[in-house]
Design a protein around this ligand. Structure first.
Ligand SMILES: [Zn+2]
Length: 431
């Protein structure tokens, strides 16, 4: 990444009231780039309430201050940077997240936050007159990489996750979320629904790098989201009998690894048959010894589909196959649904308004129709859509790869994203 929107940076005179010029997109990107980056993999390990997360949060606060915005952290650890009166109501809010999956890419999350600050700078450069309060946000613990549940910050705020349940979430080392929060300086006693705050939000717009290749295939730098597919996580516990790998006859084994392996194959088959997606991407084995038949194999199924009936068909099919194989192998199976998000249709009125604004200005000046895309990935915008009108913009990702250092957005497309977001915010928040 060299200089997305960099041409409009320090040299442009886009100063915060009474302050020096705000950091350009390029400056922001450069400052954020080393935080939580693993030297070996080149990927990011910015997990909730860790040192890297704290550094990202500090970066956010600095960006707010550099622009003379009112900074606050809400009771659930989400960060807000306000232009205008936060209490006035009907605010236009834009932002995304700064945490990452294990060895994630640079763009998933940070592109939305950096673009939000850059879009606000762009509006100031245009001399826009704001008629509604505007805020940039960083929602905490979006990826769920550490505690296993995605979008914890927005779920808590929207009342879709109780404080009691959240405090009991544990990371891989058994550390409860409450203790991790406390260690990072946030009061876990304060977490819970924040309806009053969300009631002040009139619209939430999240810009995000696309996590597929639809825009690359259509040849568009920016698209608008139609819906987030229903999706969830299911934990499959396969139990058998631990025994010696060298002395136990094949016929005498109750090997849960075999049942797990058959289930992975079934997931692929069921997803292909139904037209959905199913993935076992995480597995834990006990006792996890090279020369031991496992006693327990715990696999997590991530399943998604364009509609609920298809998703049900995939998950039911995988569970049915798993039970059949378990019976044959003499192993036991428990299936627990750990999280689920129903289909999210983004508000049509807001989406149509965004398409109208972008069609008029056109991120590339052509004024052509902006593509509307569905997505299989969950986002804070999806969680918040139950409480406030929400919309999403996607920026082209030529690799189509996501949750990997290979995810990418070209410099010109990042600029197009910032301009598109500024156009949208101007249409919503300015006279
Ligand atoms: Zn994301």
């Amino acid at each position: 990444m060299t200089s997305p929107a960099g041409g409009h940076g320090r040299a442009s005179g886009a100063t915060a009231p009474g302050g020096s010029p705000p950091p350009s997109f390029q400056d922001m990107w450069r400052d954020l780039a080393p935080i939580g980056r693993h030297a070996g993999s080149g990927g990011y390990r910015r997990y909730a309430w860790t040192g890297a997360d704290t550094e990202c949060r500090e970066w956010f606060r600095e960006q707010a201050e550099a622009r003379g915005l009112d900074y606050e952290t809400d009771r659930n650890g989400n960060q807000w940077a306000w232009l205008g009166d936060p209490l006035a109501g009907d605010a236009v809010v834009t932002g995304s997240h700064l945490d990452s999956v294990p060895d994630g890419g640079a763009f998933d999350g940070p592109l939305g936050v950096v673009s939000s600050f850059a879009a606000l700078d762009e509006l100031r450069r245009r001399g826009a007159e704001f008629t509604r309060p505007l805020a940039v946000t960083n929602f905490g613990d979006e990826e769920g990489a550490r505690f296993g549940l995605a979008c914890v910050g927005s779920r808590l705020a929207a009342g879709q996750l109780t404080a009691e349940k959240a405090r009991l979430l544990r990371d891989g080392d058994g550390v409860p979320l409450a203790r991790a929060m406390e260690a990072a300086g946030h009061d876990p006693g304060a977490i819970g629904p924040d309806h009053e705050r969300l009631a002040r939000v009139g619209a939430f717009v999240e810009l995000h790098v696309e996590q597929g290749r639809a825009l690359d295939l259509s040849g568009d730098p920016v698209g608008v989201a139609s819906a987030i597919w229903p999706h969830g996580r299911w934990r499959f516990d396969f139990r058998g009998e631990a025994n010696h790998a060298g002395t136990t006859r094949l016929a005498d084994r109750r090997d849960p690894m075999l049942t797990y392996a058959e289930t992975v194959l079934a997931a692929r088959r069921e997803a292909a048959l139904a037209g959905g997606l199913a993935t076992f991407g995480k597995v834990a084995v006990e006792p996890n010894g090279v020369n031991a038949i496992p006693s327990l194999v715990r696999g997590w199924l991530d399943a998604r589909a364009a509609d609920q009936a298809t998703l049900d068909a995939v998950v039911d099919g995988v569970e049915r196959a798993a039970r059949e194989h378990a019976e044959r192998a003499g192993t036991d199976l428990d299936v627990v649904r750990e999280s689920f998000t129903p289909v999210v249709e983004f508000q049509h009125a807001l989406r149509d308004e965004i398409r109208r604004v972008l069609g008029k200005h056109g991120p590339d000046g052509s004024g052509r129709t902006v593509p509307v895309l569905g997505t299989g990935a969950g986002h804070d915008a999806g969680i918040l859509s139950a409480s406030v009108p929400t919309a999403m913009l996607f920026v082209r990702n030529p690799t189509g790869i996501s949750h990997s250092p290979a995810e990418h957005a070209a410099e010109d497309d990042c600029v197009a994203g910032v301009i598109a977001l500024a156009d949208v915010l101007e249409g919503l928040a300015c006279s």
